[in-house]
Design a protein around this ligand. Structure first.
Ligand code: TGC
Ligand code: FAD
Length: 411
């Protein structure tokens, strides 16, 4: 194919809209990790994969180009059990294990990291703290609606001046008898523009961090949207602003105080990201493999050149290592034996792995790699957020460094 092939390829950009394109994704399991999964795991994964192919792939490119979160995804996410997969059935969750949760996140992020973000936040950062730190009334009030997607939540930890160091947060509340008065601001909050509730972490008058549920409609609570992102464009991001917000005391989590509260939620979300990013990596690898066999240069498919084979061989090697890492981490998590430090290692390794694969896949696609015709650039840009949120690449390295040396680099 010559240069004109760029225009004769099935590029489906018509009048500002990227039209639906067939999703030809094939899963890759080089080390037969599937043998380690149960039939239930495979069923959960197939259900999520089929939904992504049918409901996400046809519109995700357009949603990203327009920087919109397609709200119709919420109902489908609830139906496939992506909201609180491991929350017990009595509270509306799917009652699945941790590997199932990971597999769902992998399939969702194969579609788009922003889609996985929406499910991660709802499950690990909203339902998890309500389930783990909340009382019975709070669990009954919020969890079933969150599981059904009738209520959407967000998680407010990061502030304008406190990202990697959340312990320095300034958001605070004062005791006023049957309620507290909340003041402060959170920034970079996924789902905030449309969330019905926010799990907010703030300091009490003694300077201890506590969590509470702030509901949309409470006077003085606003959620301005953040515009102009080049990454996670199909995910809504915004702020949480609290101007003397009166929050009933019954909305405060009774079972946790201190930074370990929000960090405990992050363990669950980081675990989901470690799995999720395998999905993004697989999508990039799968597209690069297919493209390299079809694209002819110098009279033969570019897959026939040693340099292309090096890229592809290294990609599948790294994906395989990541799959095995996650499977083992899932087993440990099912047994309540996974340490936060092990989770940090997997989050850091797998996000970086996916980002490197996206960059290499982009090169294999040549000029086509920068277009919306292929998912590569979208994954690559998304992963630039994923490598920063839930603890940056370097913060996770320092967590491992502390664990292996016993010396805390944060002090
Ligand atoms: P440090 O003194 O080490 O710890 C304070 C207390 O917390 C405990 N702890 C943990 N507990 C549970 N899980 C963990 N992972 C924990 N890590 C620490 C610790 O034992 C201690 O407990 P106690 O009882 O002694 O009080 O805290 P530090 O201030 O030195 O900070 C440590 C550091 C830097 C590792 C931590 O602050 C950190 O992880 N920073 C990164 C911040 C971060 O990840 N923010 C994420 C915000 S949410 C987000 O990005 C959502 S994106 C969602 C999406 O769209 O998908
Ligand atoms: P900083 O903390 O300012 O870090 C800047 C740089 O300095 C990084 O490279 C970092 O590694 C480095 N650095 C910092 N401290 C050290 C150190 N001690 N040693 C060496 N290097 C260091 N937060 C939420 O609470 N809820 C959400 O839903 C949420 N969603 C997000 C969605 C998106 C799209 C993005 C981009 C972010 C989101 N975040 C959310 C915020 C995210 O968690 C923070 O961006 C992240 O924790 C890093 O904080 P920061 O951006 O302030 O960077």
């Amino acid at each position: 194919m010559g240069i004109l092939s760029i225009f004769t390829c099935p590029m489906q950009y018509i009048s500002g809209i990227y039209m639906a394109k067939a999703d030809n994704f094939q899963y890759h399991d080089y080390y037969q990790v599937d043998d380690l999964l149960t039939e239930e795991h495979k069923l959960v994964r197939e259900t999520a994969r089929a939904w992504v192919k049918k409901e996400v792939s046809p519109i995700v490119e357009n949603a990203c180009q327009k920087a919109e979160f397609p709200k119709q995804w919420i109902k489908g996410l609830a139906e496939i059990g992506a909201f609180g997969p491991y929350i017990p059935v009595e509270y509306g969750g799917a009652g699945l294990d941790q590997i199932s949760y990971g597999l769902i996140m992998m399939e969702l992020e194969r579609g788009d990291s922003g889609l996985r973000s929406t499910a991660s936040v709802q499950s690990s950062l909203v339902m998890y703290p309500i389930f783990t730190y909340g009382n019975e009334e709070q669990k009954k009030k919020y969890l079933p609606k969150l599981a059904k997607g009738e209520m959407m939540g967000c998680f407010g930890l990061t502030e304008p001046d406190h990202g990697s160091n959340p312990n320095g947060m300034l958001t605070n509340f004062k005791d006023k008898g049957d309620h507290v008065i909340l003041n402060g601001a959170k920034m970079w909050i996924s789902n905030s523009p449309f969330a019905d509730i926010a799990v907010v972490w703030a300091k009490n008058e003694e300077g201890e961090i506590q969590g509470m549920v702030v509901e949309r409609g409470m006077k003085g609570f606003t959620t301005p949207e953040t515009h102009g992102k080049w990454s996670l464009r199909a995910s809504a991001t915004g702020e949480l602003v609290f101007d003397n917000v009166k929050v009933p005391k019954e909305n405060i989590f009774p079972k946790v105080k201190g930074l370990k509260g929000p960090l405990g939620c992050l363990n669950s979300a980081r675990f989901g990201i470690a799995w999720g990013t395998i999905g993004a990596a697989l999508d990039c690898y799968d597209s690069a493999l297919r493209y390299s066999k079809e694209r002819i240069q110098f009279g033969k498919p570019i897959a026939g050149f040693q340099l292309t084979q090096k890229k592809l061989a290294e990609m599948i090697t790294e994906i395989t290592k990541a799959q095995l890492l996650c499977w083992r981490l899932g087993v440990l998590k099912n047994e309540n034996r996974a340490t936060p430090q092990q989770i940090s290692m997997a989050k850091r390794n797998n996000v970086n792995m996916a980002l490197q694969i996206a960059r290499e896949a982009r090169q294999i696609h040549g000029a086509m790699g920068i277009t919306g015709e292929y998912p590569i650039m979208r994954h690559m840009m998304n992963l630039e957020s994923v490598i920063t949120y839930e603890g940056t690449h370097d913060i996770h390295l320092l967590i491992t460094g502390y664990d292996v040396t016993g010396i805390n680099a944060f002090e």
